[in-house]
Design a binder for this molecule. Structure first.
Ligand SMILES: Cc1cc2nc3c(=O)[nH]c(=O)nc-3n(C[C@H](O)[C@H](O)[C@H](O)COP(=O)(O)OP(=O)(O)OC[C@H]3O[C@@H](n4cnc5c(N)ncnc54)[C@H](O)[C@@H]3O)c2cc1C
Length: 378
């Protein structure tokens, strides 16, 4: 099938790379070009395990050319503006790219500036640099209170910080200093975990691991001088080490391009991922303003839907599977066990019984990611 039309993908993370590979399988003669600014592709989920020496960062990074099919063009550049009227994308190198179809997959950015006092004080594991920094801090930590908390706005992989607290319990037990460490989780939600159906299960895990928690604690600022986090309603909580997921927002060029958006997250149709009032333009993954979790599993399913739609428009007879809000996260539940959390637009959430298989899958998930998932074979 030769379409002669160009599909431009912006963003070289999981969404952009897996989408491009999937579309290539469905419409193999189409000109597909990916533009992104991270030619060294990092498997972000490993960021949870790196601080505890459970993964070596060298195995979490691959060259992007190794992951994209050879027929897919790749350019390292920064997108600075989209002109959807003219069907063009302006790049920081000064060049302009034309497209027939555009897929936005530029993920989310961190917005530490939203919490005064956060920068330079709070630690996290949401990118490789900070994950490595946290590894060194935990190595030197001899005792005190570790406060783990999350922002009151969408962030990637909601269960990750909860798993961090469980892993911290096991890490300090192994080091033989657990009795010197207090672990406290501050949840901004009305239940400990935002997916209320399974919050009770997470509470039980926390009790088993001696992790204290408070709900309804929305951190609005950090006092570096007093080493305390301050909540919206004026409550204070002291820490020796603060581990807080930074607030997330969409990329600034989305706002500059006047695309429909909320905090920089592109407004899309929840089933087709088409950008509101903008035919031929789609947004997938963390960049999209969807009322489902920001997760790799959700991103890959969205990539499936959009590649179905574009392949069909290019003449293939692929059936189109609309996105159903589905996401599934494999989580570490402690004691060498893991479980699956599954959710969708239906609002029903389930969590499987923790077992050893879940644990082993979690240990090898980067191999699965690099050998098949990001290559579009899921
Ligand atoms: C610690 C952690 C643990 C996680 N664990 C899990 C898990 O267990 N299961 C799960 O399903 N999900 C997990 N996730 C979430 C998952 O990694 C993300 O949801 C997924 O990476 C989103 O893919 P994306 O392509 O939308 O965004 P990204 O992967 O962030 O990719 C966006 C890309 O766009 C590039 N970019 C941004 N702006 C521009 C620009 N202006 N010009 C050019 N390029 C640009 C970026 O450099 C990046 O390469 C985890 C995330 C973290 C941080």
């Amino acid at each position: 099938m030769v379409s002669g039309r160009k599909v431009l993908v912006i963003g070289d993370g999981l969404g952009g790379v897996s989408f491009a590979n999937k579309l290539r399988l469905k419409a193999n003669d189409t000109h597909i070009k990916v533009i992104g600014n991270s030619p060294r592709h990092y498997y972000k989920a490993d960021g949870l395990q790196i601080p505890f020496h459970l993964k070596n960062y060298r195995n979490s990074i691959k060259n992007i050319r190794f992951l994209l099919h050879e027929s897919i063009e790749y350019q390292r550049d920064d997108v600075v503006r989209i002109n959807s009227g003219q069907k063009t994308v302006a790049l920081s190198s000064g060049s302009t790219e034309y497209y027939d179809y555009l897929v936005i997959a530029t993920g989310a950015r961190f917005a530490p500036e939203d919490i005064p006092g956060y920068d330079g004080e709070a630690k996290h594991f949401y990118d490789l640099q900070h994950s490595m920094e946290l590894q060194l801090i935990l190595e030197k930590f001899q005792g005190g209170t570790i406060v783990v908390t999350v922002p009151d706005s969408p962030y990637q992989c909601p269960p990750a910080p909860y798993q961090f607290a469980i892993l911290a319990d096991e890490y300090f037990k192994k080091k033989g200093i657990r009795e010197k460490v207090t672990l406290t989780f501050l949840s901004p939600f009305k239940t400990l975990f935002p997916l209320e159906d399974i919050s009770g299960r997470i509470e039980t895990l926390f009790i088993d691991h001696g992790i204290g928690f408070k709900t309804g604690f929305k951190t609005t600022s950090v006092s570096q001088k007093n080493r305390e986090v301050i909540s919206e309603d004026g409550n204070h909580e002291n820490y020796g080490l603060l581990v807080m997921v930074p607030p997330h927002k969409g990329q600034p060029y989305v706002v500059d391009s006047a695309l429909p958006n909320e905090f920089g997250f592109v407004t899309v149709d929840k089933y087709t991922l088409q950008v509101e009032d903008t035919p031929g333009v789609f947004a997938i993954g963390d960049a999209a303003n969807l009322k489902t979790v920001k997760a790799g599993s959700a991103t890959m399913r969205q990539a499936e839907t959009v590649s179905d739609i574009i392949a069909k428009e290019l003449g293939s007879d692929y059936p189109v599977r609309q996105y159903d809000g589905g996401a599934s996260c494999l989580i570490y539940t402690g004691n060498n066990k893991g479980a699956h959390i599954i959710t969708s637009y239906s609002g029903e959430t389930s969590m499987s019984k923790p077992d050893r298989l879940g644990f082993y899958l979690k240990r090898i998930d980067s191999d699965l990611y690099f050998s098949s998932l990001v290559r579009g074979m899921s």
